[in-house]
Design a protein around this ligand. Structure first.
Ligand SMILES: C[S@@+](CC[C@H](N)C(=O)[O-])C[C@H]1O[C@@H](n2cnc3c(N)ncnc32)[C@H](O)[C@@H]1O
Length: 285
């Protein structure tokens, strides 16, 4: 079986299949503009009433913050893991000078939506953008084909961080760089997963997995990646996200509890960056 056909068969967890299929999370007014992330709110005045424009700007800003960690990016070939509706891939292509962007997602309906939403860009730049079905844990690409890999708010859904890290190390060329942005448990607190499940139904029902940031860092290191570094960006995410929700959701309801989990120290938002060494590390595949 080829890499491509194997990856196309990778099972989609039922909660992911439902949330990004029939439920179409990206169509809810929590999100907007083709993005599905909590937003990076630095520079947006949270004391003023927030508009839909502010909300979309926050999500674009999340991509700018994440892609900024890879700079300089002009002329590079990039892979986005968990591209959703493809709005971030468009930001990467139009603002960051990549030579080529591949948006990959596990969900075929998300890819259909990405294709429709970006039909103009795909027609204009067919040689620079594509959307491909594949799983973070089993990527349908040859070894060493990308200069960089980025992923925004998708890693909380991955079932196997070790497999994701191995695949990342494999598809990056020597010297290639990766950045993963999402929400993780900040330390190795064994009680955190249970507490999150009690506050946030997406952890209780298994849509989100309570991965710890040390687990992601360790997985990337064991896969042979170097310069692994985790930075908290939660202070620029959670207060703005909660402020945006305040007009729509009561305190104590599901999305309002993300800020509470952050304030309680059991969840934070991180960028995690790493690099594939130029030379192979002895003893590491
Ligand atoms: C919250 S959305 C984020 C979309 C986009 N990155 C954004 O910020 O707008 C998460 C996306 O990850 C995809 N996803 C979930 N598990 C995945 C996996 N194991 N491999 C690849 N994509 C996955 C989902 O189908 C969904 O489109």
């Amino acid at each position: 079986m080829t890499r491509r056909s194997r990856a196309a068969q990778h099972p989609i967890p039922p909660q992911v299949r439902e949330t990004y299929g029939p439920t179409d999370l990206g169509s809810m007014p929590l999100f907007g503009g083709g993005f599905i992330n909590f937003g990076h709110w630095q520079g947006i005045d949270l004391d003023q009433p927030l508009s839909e424009h502010d909300r979309i700007s926050s999500q674009q800003a999340m991509y700018r913050r994440v892609l900024g960690t890879l700079a300089p990016t002009a002329g590079l070939r990039a892979l986005e893991v968990g591209c959703g509706l493809g709005a971030g891939a468009a930001v990467a292509l139009e603002e960051h000078g990549f030579a080529h962007v591949t948006g990959m997602d596990i969900h075929p309906q998300q890819l259909e939506r990405a294709g429709q939403a970006n039909a103009g860009l795909l027609a204009l730049r067919p040689e620079r953008l594509r959307f491909v079905r594949g799983a973070a844990e089993d990527m349908p690409f040859d070894d060493g084909g990308f200069d960089c890999l980025y992923s925004v708010e998708a890693a909380q859904h991955f079932r196997d961080l070790g497999a994701f890290a191995q695949q990342t190390a494999r598809v990056l060329r020597p010297g290639g760089r990766v950045v993963v942005a999402s929400f993780f448990v900040p330390g190795a607190d064994p009680a955190a997963a249970g507490r999150l499940a009690g506050m946030l139904h997406t952890f209780a029902d298994g849509l989100d997995v309570a991965h710890t940031v040390p687990a992601l860092v360790g997985s990337l290191e064991r896969a042979g990646l170097a310069h692994v570094r985790a930075d908290s960006i939660g202070a620029s995410v959670w207060p703005g996200w909660d402020r945006w929700l305040a007009g729509m959701w009561e305190p104590g309801t599901w999305p309002r509890n993300f800020l509470r989990a952050f304030e309680d120290g059991i969840l934070d938002y991180f960028t995690v960056t790493a690099q594939r060494p130029e030379d192979p590390v002895p003893g590491i595949a």
